[in-house]
Design a protein around this ligand. Structure first.
Ligand SMILES: Cc1cc2nc3c(=O)[nH]c(=O)nc-3n(C[C@H](O)[C@H](O)[C@H](O)COP(=O)(O)O)c2cc1C
Length: 324
């Protein structure tokens, strides 16, 4: 087997160098989560990690971000719930999952055994449910950080997303903060007039980092059948089509607070990830690209290591453009 191309850099995921302090070489500190390199996968596009273990060496990832879990088992939405679009995909999976306790019992031990940090994505149907799931995860071996998905519908507010009202967002994050000491990331919704307002609300409520961004609400119509393509009517747009929107949002979120940002949205190449790092992101997540090629996160990682070498940089943090 060939040695990884980034093996020579401090912080690369080979055993000898991963002991480097966060912030040197490829290693980063994402809101208290130390990652051997800045590349993870986006929630919902990589299962619970195990599903991809036969395709890539998971230990080379800075972390695995797991598919969203809520308190109880959730069947998800009826079919069809995925559609291809030009330059992207639409999904309305409906956050299918086994519930938090089953996730802790059956999915987390695998990542824990591998020694790969797990960023556990959490959603809730109510503000209290977020806190409850955070409490369950806090006691679970293998949970390294929590990422709150606030783009799901609030059943007590007519289905409006938690993350599109700063006051509601603030309450969800405060409740989660009180329930866990794990690094707490808040995944911001892209469909807001000013993401800076939401970034500051998340920070003030106790977030340790921001994830930017979730899918963009969108729709496709089957003109021959004369009905919306997705059974759920609307879905979330992801993939290459949203990348420039995500770069703009990451740029703004980075400049709104001092919190580190985990950037995602249409990363297919190292250059896409480097745009996010130039915008000031601390780490990046590969999402939809995993469905095309599960090796994408490793190619992105190798490309970042190569960029550091070509530009004579000693750490990922040197990639960021000035904030002013
Ligand atoms: C099939 C699918 C399922 C997803 N499930 C979740 C989820 O459970 N929780 C979440 O916060 N985001 C979820 N997302 C959003 C992604 O994590 C990511 O934020 C978004 O797709 C943008 O990145 P990308 O363009 O690289 O895919 C999902 C995306 C897709 C395509």
């Amino acid at each position: 087997m060939q040695a990884p191309r980034n093996a020579a850099l401090p912080g690369s995921p080979d055993a000898a160098s991963s002991a480097q302090p966060a912030g040197t070489g490829l290693s980063v500190d994402l809101g208290g989560l130390r990652m051997a390199n800045p590349v993870t996968v986006a929630s919902g596009t990589f299962g619970y990690g195990r599903e991809y273990a036969e395709y890539i060496d998971l230990r080379r990832l800075g972390a695995v971000t797991t598919k969203g879990v809520c308190l109880d088992p959730c069947p998800g939405n009826p079919q069809p719930r995925i559609a291809e679009t030009r330059g992207g995909m639409l999904n309305a999976i409906g956050l299918q999952g086994p519930g938090a306790r089953e996730f802790v019992r059956t999915a987390l031990p695998f990542l824990h055994g591998l020694g790969v940090p797990a960023i556990c994505n959490v959603w809730g149907k109510s503000e209290g449910e977020y806190a409850e799931v955070c409490r369950i995860l806090s006691d679970a071996p293998g949970a390294s950080a929590i990422e709150l998905n606030v783009s799901c519908p609030n059943v007590h507010a007519g289905g409006a997303a938690f993350g599109t009202d700063p006051a509601v967002l603030s309450r969800v994050v405060s409740g989660a903060r009180a329930a866990t000491k794990l690094p707490l990331f808040v995944k911001l919704a892209p469909n807001v007039p000013d993401i800076a307002v939401f970034a500051r609300a998340a920070r003030d409520a106790g977030a340790d980092a921001l994830s930017v961004c979730n899918t963009i609400p969108a729709m496709k119509i089957d003109v021959e059948a004369r009905r919306p393509f997705l059974a759920n009517v609307q879905g979330g747009l992801s993939g290459a089509a949203i990348h420039p929107v995500a770069v703009r949002l990451v740029w703004q979120a980075v400049r709104a607070t001092e919190l580190p940002v985990l950037a995602m949205g249409g990363v297919f190449t190292a250059e896409d990830a480097l745009e996010f790092l130039c915008a000031g992101a601390t780490a990046v997540a590969v999402g939809t690209a995993n469905f095309v090629d599960p090796e994408t996160p490793l190619r992105v990682l190798d490309g970042i290591a190569d960029y550091l070498r070509r530009h004579g940089m000693r750490s990922v943090s040197e990639i960021a453009l000035p904030r002013a």
